[in-house]
Write a protein of this length. Structure first.
Ligand code: FES
Ligand SMILES: [Fe+2]
Length: 448
């Protein structure tokens, strides 16, 4: 449990708040680049600020305040120009620095004294990132899934109506899978009347997840250079199938989690971007890599999609993993009142997550650089701190077998690239079977 004051400190993200200042030390993904192909001007909300993201007709990106300085018209209705964005009302032109470059009908020459708020933006891996912190902007870190070669990619976007920390705390919660993605999944499929059809195979995700509830001895959580690792220790004596330790997804400070590893047949960043105190811009950055010897189908750009929350009757859709997570995050309330919670032994990693967040907020308050701030380019970064191994054999999990129908259990099923992913997964399995027949180890990673 947290005091009301501590809860405020960890959750509020507006300008000048302690956590908001921490967040302004990171490049923040704000939109899929493909959205600007559909419409080159978009209103966005990030860290409590209303902004307009645009691509000018020369291909340059800009992120500026959302209202024209003249008479406050919304610039989301603006007209892209060679040098920037023009207000639709009287044509004032704003460049990428936010400077007003032209005031048609007012003065023939450029006047730079009128200045809108503006932030630097960069593009990487099909996402647009904004720097909202002190200038000059540091290097944009190349986390491996954004830049890994020979992949199919797609980007799922959802606006979740709750504070970002509820979504991120899910990352520090290895045991929620037992219920939210195990027993709840089963209940949902039973109510739909298709449990036998969807979950007959023991490869189905819910069976594995439900089993994780048996024989838990303890949880563990340790800080790592980029965040922390955590997981569950199982005991045969307490009812588990064997004595073993299972690591859960990788936490990358401050707002990312990673399932699977770069180079694997299915890996993902879940990115919890605070739009404001009570809304989260949730990005599932999904990557399906071809191992050596297998060719990934080619893509023109990285497509995006919005996994639906409700069906045509207005009922919640709960038969896929992300929807189950989103349900529980939102159900905790706009900003959950952590002064009322009752934590147990399974919440141990959440305590570390909160401590780490508090420590890094304090560092920024002291004028120091926080974790995962890189003043210069550190090269390709791996969330776990280690380059991924490519030597593990293929385990037949539902996320490596999308070509056999298992995509239906993830948000991925709605994605525009899913047919390419199925082609890739088929090729990977065929290569793996051939490698096994030849007596070689497989080339694929499994996923969390
Ligand atoms: S209100 Fe924008 S140019 Fe007049
Ligand atoms: Fe989950």
């Amino acid at each position: 449990m947290l005091s009301a004051a501590a809860n405020e400190r960890l959750t509020r993200v507006g300008p000048g708040t302690p956590c908001g200042e921490l967040m302004r030390r990171y490049w923040i993904p704000v939109a899929p680049a493909a959205q600007l192909d559909e419409n080159p001007v978009r209103k966005i909300r990030v860290l409590g600020e209303d902004l307009v993201l645009y691509r000018n007709t020369s291909g340059g990106l800009g992120l500026i305040g959302d209202r024209c300085l003249h008479r406050l018209v919304e610039l989301r209705h603006g007209i892209p120009d060679e040098r920037g964005l023009r207000c639709p009302y009287h044509g004032w032109l704003y460049g990428e620095t936010g400077a007003c470059l032209e005031r048609p009908m007012e003065s023939a020459k450029g006047e730079f004294k009128f200045q809108l708020k503006a932030y630097p933006v960069r593009e990487m891996g099909g996402l647009i990132f904004a720097w909202m912190g002190p200038l000059p902007a540091p290097a944009l870190p190349q986390w491996d899934l954004y830049v890994w070669p020979d992949c199919v990619r797609q980007i799922a976007i959802n606006v979740i109506d709750c504070n970002w920390l509820q979504c991120q705390e899910n990352t520090g919660d290895p045991t929620h899978s037992v219920w939210a993605h195990g027993h709840l999944f089963k209940y949902v499929l039973e109510r739909q009347g298709n449990y036998a059809e969807r979950a007959a195979s023991l490869d189905h995700t819910l069976h594995g997840r439900t089993k994780w509830g048996n024989g838990i001895k303890e949880l563990f959580a340790h800080p790592t250079p980029h965040g922390f690792e955590k997981g569950i220790v199982f005991s045969k004596e307490l009812g588990a199938e064997a004595d073993l330790t299972r690591r859960h997804s990788t936490v990358i400070f401050p707002f990312m989690t990673q399932t699977g590893k770069a180079g694997g047949p299915r890996s993902e960043y879940q990115i919890r971007v605070p739009m404001d105190d009570t809304h989260t811009y949730h990005i599932c950055y999904q990557v399906y890599a071809a191992p050596p010897g297998v060719e990934a189908p080619k893509q023109e750009g990285v497509p995006w999609y919005e996994p639906p929350e409700r069906d045509e009757k207005g009922e919640l859709i709960l038969d896929y993993v992300l929807a189950q997570d989103a349900l529980v995050w939102k159900s905790q309330g706009p900003i959950t009142d952590r002064s009322k919670e009752i934590l147990g032994r399974t919440d141990l990693p959440i305590l570390l997550l909160r401590r780490q967040l508090e420590e890094q907020i304090t560092r920024v308050g002291q004028g120091l650089e926080p974790m995962n701030f890189f003043a210069s380019d550190p090269g390709m970064l791996h969330g776990s701190g280690e380059p991924p191994s490519r030597t593990r054999s293929l385990l037949q999990t539902y996320r490596t077998l999308y070509h056999k129908g298992f995509a239906s259990d993830d948000a991925d099923r709605y994605g525009p690239a899913i047919e390419l992913v199925k082609i890739l997964h088929r090729r990977i399995e065929e290569a793996d079977i051939a490698a096994r027949a030849a007596g070689q180890a497989g080339t694929n990673e499994t996923v969390a």
